[in-house]
Design a protein around this ligand. Structure first.
Ligand SMILES: Cc1cc2nc3c(=O)[nH]c(=O)nc-3n(C[C@H](O)[C@H](O)[C@H](O)COP(=O)(O)OP(=O)(O)OC[C@H]3O[C@@H](n4cnc5c(N)ncnc54)[C@H](O)[C@@H]3O)c2cc1C
Length: 371
């Protein structure tokens, strides 16, 4: 039995764009974003017998990369395959993974009404926001096209793959010298292009020189591509410096603007903009949690997934508290809506308690996509 179950989970199928995936009217939890954070959160919630839907626009941040690196037991797996497995695992426990882009949400008496850009709406008692970030790149022609291949940002994601290569670090922020010194761990051939940033300080220059890192001044205006691969970095004066990899620090901007009506705000960070949350992912908007890159700009896939799981456990605990309060109110014989907890009447209390106690989530929200 266990072996059969594992074979089912390990098979890669159940693609995101499956049009047969249903969306029910209402869920305990709606997860907005189906990357590592959202899927791991949904997995925990589905296994906690919560009805859960993941609404996902299908554009994970690492989509341009060939592989996920630095992830225990899944080292080198393609990002698409990793998420396909995650979706299948969520569905296996009755969770719904539904393609779609959320464009707004409003608060209701008992949760949220979530609107998708295709005009569908869905009710959620709680929201988990795991929409990740947008990587804003410097305005240099060609960078975006090669992003995730020979234009990279993170030595822990790509460093091994570009080891011993001719690496150019494009300065576009205060961390550029640090990034050059870091990449020196992977290659002895690192050049820092100061681009539009001030040249390194005297102290930084000494450090760079001591590590054999050359500094090239002047604005970078483009890339030279030879036979489909990066071969050089072009400067405003026409010079081209041979390089086969460019490292750049993107500015990371949380995808959260569509929830501004709920009062959700982003905050500035040296790396970009993020949605603040406490250690469990709870935000200042009651009932709304965050996990993954949208709140932790430095999170890699493993950390994003772990944060999604941790937030899910907190959401489940929060729902249990609400259900317990209501059950106590019902047990005390409150029948008047005004007397019951949060204005909920006794019948609704009983329904919530019943629903939470025994019914399989797959049965409650439809099992068309359950494995
Ligand atoms: C080029 C590149 C390579 C990387 N390589 C690695 C690596 O090798 N190893 C590693 O550990 N990390 C790597 N990372 C980092 C990794 O991408 C992130 O850690 C990870 O994607 C964060 O997961 P997440 O779930 O928070 O967000 P994401 O994976 O970005 O997922 C967010 C999801 O939410 C969806 N979404 C956004 N807005 C909405 C909306 N309004 N409605 C519905 N859905 C929405 C998006 O379409 C997306 O599917 C890399 C990053 C980049 C840019």
């Amino acid at each position: 039995m266990a072996e059969e179950q594992n074979q089912g989970l390990n098979a890669v199928s159940g693609e995101l764009n499956d049009p047969s995936v249903p969306l029910a009217d209402s869920y305990d939890v709606v997860v907005v974003g189906g990357g590592a954070a959202g899927l791991n959160g949904a997995l925990m919630l589905a296994r906690a017998r919560r009805s859960v839907a993941v609404l996902d626009a299908g554009q994970p941040r690492n989509a341009p990369a060939d592989a996920v690196h630095g992830l225990l037991a899944r080292e080198g797996m393609s990002p698409a395959e990793l998420l396909a497995r995650g979706r299948r695992e969520v569905r296996h426990y009755g969770g719904h993974v539904v393609p779609g882009e959320v464009c707004a949400a409003i608060r209701t008496r008992d949760g949220f009404e979530v609107a998708l850009s295709d005009s569908r709406t869905v009710h959620a008692r709680r929201l988990l926001l795991t929409t990740g970030v947008v990587d804003e790149l410097p305005q240099v022609p060609g960078l975006r096209e090669r992003w995730g291949r020979d234009v990279v940002h993170c030595p822990y994601c790509h460093g091994w793959e570009v080891r011993d290569r001719a690496i150019g670090v494009l300065a576009n922020g205060p961390m550029a010298v640090h990034q050059a010194l870091l990449l020196r761990q992977w290659s002895a051939d690192v050049t820092l292009f100061s681009h539009t940033m001030p040249p390194p300080t005297e102290e930084q220059s000494e450090q760079l020189a001591a590590r054999g890192i050359r500094v090239v001044e002047g604005e970078v205006t483009g890339l030279r591509i030879t036979e489909g691969r990066l071969s050089g970095i072009r400067l405003a004066d026409g010079a081209v410096i041979d390089r086969d990899t460019v490292a750049v620090a993107s500015r990371l901007v949380a995808r959260a603007g569509f929830l501004a009506a709920l009062g959700l705000r982003t905050a500035e960070h040296p790396m970009g903009e993020y949605v603040p949350g406490d250690a469990t992912g709870r935000t200042e908007v009651p009932g709304l949690w965050v996990a993954g890159n949208v709140t932790d700009l430095a999170a890699q896939v493993g950390a994003a997934a772990a944060a999604g799981a941790a937030a899910a456990a907190q959401i489940n605990a929060d729902l249990i508290q609400e259900e317990t309060d209501r059950a106590v109110a019902a047990a005390r014989g409150h029948t008047n809506a005004d007397d019951a907890v949060d204005g909920v009447n006794a019948k609704e209390v009983a329904d919530v308690v019943d629903a939470a106690s025994a019914v399989d989530p797959a049965d409650r929200v439809g099992s068309a996509d359950a494995v």
